[in-house]
Design a protein around this ligand. Structure first.
Ligand SMILES: Nc1nc2c(ncn2[C@@H]2O[C@H](COP(=O)(O)OP(=O)(O)OP(=O)(O)O)[C@@H](O)[C@H]2O)c(=O)[nH]1
Ligand SMILES: [Mg+2]
Length: 438
């Protein structure tokens, strides 16, 4: 702030630092060595009412690259330095403007690519996740302190913590931690795109579909069976939800070594996907379509994955695939499977595919806390393990001091999410991922 005040002139003289009013845009000039550099607006933010909690100043200048560079030079010559990546947010965290999970939400907010990812980041920024963790921690602290009090009186053999009450509280905490931990699957999908694998036999039109969705010629399409060898992944935002579409090598028996590696990858992608688009070719005979659908179905874990069958190339049929769809649904006899008829090549029926995709996703309300950060997920995983150890030990009446050690461990992991317990190294890794100026 003093450096800016020194360079900032109003009505021919430097601004009086004592007279600065916080949060007010001031019109004037930047003057260096008696020369005017630009006409500017400067806003001062006095501590503690600023983003970082420290005194700060923002200068609005004209958009010339020359002015930007010159101003930076002048500021540096007067004792300023460039901020490190994430330094503003790091300072704000250190000055307790928000906790670590909220600081990380800022990075997520900046990089959010869809409405859903944005919503999750905003919720985390507002402190939704943090307050849930806070609640868990305070319950655990209460439990731990009761147990540790017992230790002080261990010779007298008293139990301050009612064991049954403790067990109930413990189960509640385990359930809550597990719920948060399990939300990572969806949270991560929302942040990085819900993985949708496009699979099926060769030449059914998988790559054509990927291109149709993206609206560009991303994957090579040809009538030669086995065109796609490696998987191709692209994210695409459909109606506010980010999907990660994965085009895969067509499934068939082959002696070709490279193609076989590609097919193995296809199977891996099927296993990783939340949604599997099983492509079928309407110009193939019905029996081979049905057996292909069954083959794909066999590879899925329907408790965690959704199958969406696409009957492609309906431009070759008079009824747009209605009869085929009816027969398939009847023969597969599984009402969790959706069937859509389309022509990827002629852009027919894509809207039906998008509607079906939307139905594959569990609805999330804005209030539901989703874990989207790998670091948080790992901490919750550790916390869950320690809590399970506490539970086992309580059940077999292991001495209090050993149980409370596991509780302390749980507190440590939960605290590491919000930054109550952190090391410089952890902070360094987190903030180095931010861009400069954030
Ligand atoms: N008539 C018609 N032809 C299509 C349609 N979709 C794809 N094709 C054609 O089918 C052939 C195979 O398409 P691809 O997209 O390469 O098929 P693929 O499933 O990716 O094949 P592999 O990569 O070999 O597994 C190409 O000649 C496409 O033009 C469609 O909706 N209608
Ligand atoms: Mg292909």
């Amino acid at each position: 702030m003093p450096v800016v005040a020194e360079l900032f002139y109003q009505k021919g003289k430097p601004i009086d630092i004592e007279a600065i009013v916080s949060h007010k845009a001031n019109y004037g000039y930047i003057v260096n060595d008696g020369e005017m550099l630009d006409e500017v607006l400067v806003t001062f933010f006095k501590s503690p009412h600023s983003f970082t909690g420290e005194d700060s100043a923002e200068i609005s200048i004209h958009g010339s690259v020359y002015i930007q560079e010159k101003l930076l030079q002048v500021l540096v010559a007067h004792g300023c330095r460039m901020a490190e990546p994430g330094e503003f947010t790091r300072r704000a965290f250190i000055n307790r403007k928000f906790d670590l999970a909220q600081a990380e939400a800022i990075a997520d907010l900046i990089s959010s690519e869809s409405e859903a990812a944005h919503r999750v980041a905003i919720n985390q920024l507002k402190g939704g996740f943090s307050s849930e963790l806070q609640l868990l921690r305070s319950k655990l602290v209460e439990m731990t302190s009761l147990m540790e009090l017992e230790l002080d009186f261990s010779e007298e053999d008293v139990e301050f913590a009612d064991r049954n009450q403790l067990k109930v509280l413990l189960q509640e905490t385990i359930d809550k931690v597990n719920k948060l931990k399990d939300s990572f699957h969806l949270g991560n999908a929302i942040k990085n795109g819900i993985p949708v694998a496009i699979v099926g036999q060769t030449n059914v039109g998988k790559s054509t579909l990927l291109n149709a969705i993206l609206g560009e010629d991303r994957a090579i399409v040809s009538d030669i069976a086995g065109t796609t060898r490696d998987t191709i992944e692209e994210t695409f935002n459909i109606n506010g939800t980010l999907y990660r579409f994965i085009d895969t090598a067509g499934l068939r028996d082959t002696d070709e070594r490279i193609e076989r590696i590609g097919i193995e990858r296809s199977y891996r992608k099927i296993a990783e996907a939340s949604v599997v688009i099983g492509m079928l070719d309407a110009t193939n005979d019905y029996e081979s379509m049905l057996s292909s659908a069954r083959d794909i179905l066999d590879k899925l874990d329907l408790a965690h994955q959704q199958l969406l069958l696409c009957i492609n190339k309906i431009d070759n049929l008079d009824d747009h695939g209605d009869v085929l769809k009816g027969r398939l649904l009847q023969d597969l006899n599984d009402n969790s499977i959706m069937v859509v008829c389309l022509s990827a090549k002629h852009n027919l029926g894509l809207d039906k595919l998008y509607n079906a995709l939307k139905l594959t996703q569990p609805l999330t309300s804005p209030d539901v806390t989703l874990v989207t950060n790998v670091r948080h997920y790992e901490a919750l995983l550790h916390a869950s393990n320690s809590l399970n150890k506490v539970k086992e030990k309580l059940e077999i009446n292991i001495p209090t001091d050993l149980v409370s050690q596991d509780l302390r461990e749980t507190l440590y992991y939960l605290g590491s999410i919000t930054g109550e317990i952190t090391t410089d190294e952890i902070l360094g890794t987190i903030f180095s991922r931010f861009c400069i100026g954030k």
